[in-house]
Each structure stands twice: as structure tokens, then as C-alpha cells.
Write a protein that binds this ligand. Structure first.
Ligand code: GDP
Length: 425
């Protein structure tokens, strides 16, 4: 069996989209197993530049079947918009399958996300307002709507009424809004259901069969380990598990089928939204790293918000790799650091007067002071290099430093946002 999970080691935005797009060439299936349209992947290839938030990153290969698994939060409007943008960009038609058990993000989820962030004011979490927390709250409260429910108007109406009963009380009495009418929401939902109907099937069966016949499957994570609700920086986490351990659940493959877990690690740190971020930089140093980072500066794909930036944080990456059970690392954005004479890296934190290499619980994170070390820079452009042996000595040493700090082998180094800007070790 050749099932690979590709997941983020830290706060998300590590470059998973680029790595998945590059790896999808050797896959038959690319599967989204958690999350919805709340985080974007930037992909730059021969067709142009695309921001995917709902579609799996295998859509650029006609021979890959892209699957939305039962663990994902299906935002149909986002999915259809992205499909149209790909077609308009000249991307050939691709195969798409949606689990009949995938649950639907409703307009009311987006509305609640918005209203709740507004109500929280200064204590807000920095939600992308894509309805993800209210969606998963409904899912686990057993009020969710599965893709298969969209085919039966009567059943759908009943479920909507059930779901809106309590929400309408909150809408009127907590948020001071008008209540919603299930009957008024029904036609649009049924219409969306018709539009995805050709893709809805039993994806669990599909992937189980593919596993049995040894077809290569890529399970594509969204966000990163530190956003996991159980192990991450709760409550600044997301609402579904971002861990490779959850990937077989959210996709519907046997846990033992996964043989490779690729943790995507950025050569420096970025974080979107609120919450403690120990290695965060401020001022001119931050502005420069933010401007030089990613493909066009470090700005959120979904929101356009400037990302918070910091140096590589070994304590965070080490913890993230352990949570993911990483068998290898894909190190991205190494080219970005080429402007520095010396590269500061955070090797651990000072907490309670002692130095620790462990990543603290959220309650202690704000007190953690980064312990910095400086590594030699290479002061040149890496973006045209395709062989590890051709990297300058200091860049090789940086890669070795990441391996030594995490205990995980680096199997690829990304030196630019484009698909071909990749060094395999
Ligand atoms: P994802 O959500 O993990 O896929 O990450 P995002 O797409 O949100 O952010 C990663 C950013 O880094 C995007 O702007 C990518 O185009 C860019 N990127 C990915 N790999 C590299 C790389 O090796 N070098 C540079 N300069 N940019 C990269």
C-alpha cells in the first residue's frame, strides 16, 4: 500500500499546496480529509497561479482523482467558484469525487462565525469567517447535513428546521438579528445539491478499493499540527484535527495503510490570526521577512491579511513533527532567507528561568521567551538550484540543522513557489 499523508508541521501556510501539487504527479488520488475553505493553498505551475481552498491540490493532473472525504467541511459555493476559476485559467477538466457523507457548510454557519467574532470583540480568535467552527459544532451536536441529504427535499427541510430551532433563539436574543426560515433556504440548497450530484459517491469504498490494489493515494492536510484542537494552541486552533493520525479517519482508509508522513516545514515561521507566537518578529525586521516571503510576500490566501512572521522555531517544529509522526520533512521557502548575512533561529524557550526545548501549553506560551542562535547565511539566490550538492555550504548546513533539531530526515527542499523549484534529496 502506498498511502502518503502530507501535512503541516506548525501554524499552516508552510507550502503544502506547492508540495502536494509537485507530489500529485505520482498519485492516483489526492484527498482532502479535514477542514473547509478556511485556509488557502497557493499553487504556481504551467497554467498560472491559483489559490485553492476547497479543492484538493491534485486538480492540475487529469489522471488524478480528487476526493473530498467525509471528514472535510464542504463549502459548495467555494468549490464551484474554484472549479470555474480553474476552467477559466485553461486547466483541463479533472476528476472529482465527493463523499456522500461529507457535511455541508451552510450560509448560517458563515453568519454565526461572523456574528460570534463580532460579539467576542478584542477576545476574538481571528477566524477566517468561513463558518468552520459553527459547522463542526453542528456536526458533533448531530445537527449537520450530509451531501446525500441534499437529494431529498423533505428530509432536508426537516434537518434544516431542527438545526435552526436553537440558532434562531440565539440570532434573536444574543445577536439581535432576524430569525431564519428553513423553507426560504431550501431552494438554494437543493440547487447546490443538484450541481454537485454528479460527483457525490461512496468515496470510502473507492479509496478502500484503491488501497487494496496498491494505487498511490495522497492525503492532503490543511493548516498545521499547532492548529490541532487536541494538541495545538487551543483555543487558537482550528475545529478539526490537522494531524496525519486523523487522515485515515477523515479520508476513509485503514490507519495502517499510511506508509509515509511528510511534514511540510517552512524555513522560517508564519502565523495567521490571534494567539501566542513566541518567535514573532516586529518592526523593520518583520516587514522585510514578510515582504520577501512566499511567492509575493506573506499575506493570507483567503483573507489577504499580513501574516505574522518569525525566525525558524525549532521547539515548535520539533513538537509539530512529533505530533504528525513525520517520517520525512519537506523544507520550503529556503530561498527566502538568501538576503541575510546571518540567520537567527530559535532553538528553544526560556521559561521559569530555565531553558526548554519543549513546546509549552497555551497557558504558558505567552511567557516563553525565544532562545536565539545565529547560523551563517549564504547570501545568494537559490531559486535556480535543483541538486542538493549545488547548494552553498551554509544552505546545506541549514538543512542539516533542521534535521538535527527534529530528528527527521529532510527529503526535499523547495527553493521557490513554482512546481519545478524543488530539490529532492
Ligand atoms: P499552504 O497552505 O501550506 O499550501 O501554504 P500557502 O500557499 O498558504 O503559503 C505558502 C506560500 O509560500 C505561498 O505564497 C507559496 O506560493 C509560497 N511558496 C511555497 N514554497 C515556496 C518556496 O520554496 N519558496 C518561496 N519563495 N515561496 C514558496
Amino acid at each position: 500500500m502506498t498511502v502518503t499523508a502530507i501535512v503541516g508541521a506548525t501554524w499552516g501556510d508552510e507550502g503544502k499546496g506547492k508540495m502536494t501539487d509537485a507530489l500529485a504527479a505520482q498519485s492516483r488520488y489526492v484527498v482532502r480529509f479535514q477542514g473547509g475553505s478556511n485556509a488557502g493553498h497557493t499553487i504556481i505551475n504551467e497554467y498560472g497561479k491559483f489559490a485553492l481552498s476547497m479543492l484538493p491540490s491534485g486538480v492540475f493532473y487529469p489522471e488524478v482523482t480528487n476526493v473530498i472525504g467525509p471528514g472535510a467541511a464542504l463549502d459548495i459555493e467555494s468549490l464551484l467558484r474554484e472549479k470555474e476559476a480553474l476552467a477559466a485559467g485553461g486547466v483541463p477538466a479533472f476528476a472529482l469525487r465527493i463523499s456522500q457523507r461529507a457535511q455541508i457548510v451552510l450560509p448560517v454557519h458563515r453568519l454565526f462565525d461572523e456574528l460570534e467574532e463580532r460579539r467576542l470583540g478584542d477576545s476574538r480568535f481571528g477566524s477566517t469567517k468561513r463558518g468552520i467552527a459553527p459547522f463542526y459544532a453542528d456536526k458533533y451536536a448531530k445537527l449537520g447535513i450530509q451531501a446525500a441529504d441534499l437529494e431529498d427535499g423533505q428530509r432536508l427541510l426537516l434537518k434544516l428546521e431542527q438545526s435552526l430551532a436553537a440558532k434562531n433563539v440565539l440570532l434573536q436574543h444574543l445577536y439581535g438579528c432576524e430569525p431564519l426560515d428553513a423553507k426560504a433556504l431550501l431552494p438554494e440548497l437543493l440547487k447546490l445539491g443538484q450541481r454537485i450530484k454528479p460527483y457525490v459517491c461512496d468515496t470510502t469504498r473507492l479509496l478502500q478499493d484503491a488501497c487494496r490494489s496498491g494505487e498511490p493515494i495522497l492525503l492532503e492536510g490543511q493548516l498545521g499540527a499547532l492548529r490541532d484542537p487536541d494538541h495545538g494552541i487551543y483555543p487558537y486552533s482550528t475545529s478539526s484535527s490537522t494531524l496525519a493520525g486523523f487522515a485515515p479517519v477523515g479520508a476513509g482508509v485503514p490507519p495502517y495503510a499510511i506508509t509515509r508522513i511528510i511534514a511540510v516545514v517552512k524555513a522560517y515561521s508564519t502565523c495567521v490570526g490571534a494567539g501566542p507566537f513566541p518567535a514573532e518578529l516586529a518592526g523593520a525586521e518583520a516587514d522585510e521577512l514578510r515582504r520577501r516571503g512566499g511567492d509575493a510576500g506573506e499575506f493570507g490566501v483567503v483573507t489577504g491579511r499580513p501574516r505574522r512572521v518569525g525566525w525558524f522555531d525549532a521547539a515548535a517544529v520539533r513538537y509539530g513533527c512529533r505530533l504528525q509522526g513525520a517520517t520525512e520533512i519537506a523544507l520550503t521557502n529556503l530561498d527566502v532567507l538568501g538576503y541575510l548575512d546571518e540567520i537567527p533561529v530559535c532553538t528553544g524557550y526560556e521559561l521559569d528561568g530555565t531553558i526548554t526545548g519543549d513546546f509549552p501549553v497555551t497557558a504558558r506560551l505567552a511567557e516563553a521567551k525565544p532562545v536565539l542562535r545565529r547560523l551563517p547565511g549564504w547570501r545568494c539566490d537559490l531559486s535556480g538550484i535543483r541538486e542538493f550538492g549545488e547548494l552553498p555550504h551554509a544552505a546545506k548546513e541549514y538543512v542539516r540543522f533542521v534535521e538535527a533539531e527534529t530528528g527527521v530526515k529532510v527529503s526535499s527542499v523547495s527553493v521557490g513557489p513554482r512546481r519545478e523549484q524543488l530539490i529532492r534529496l
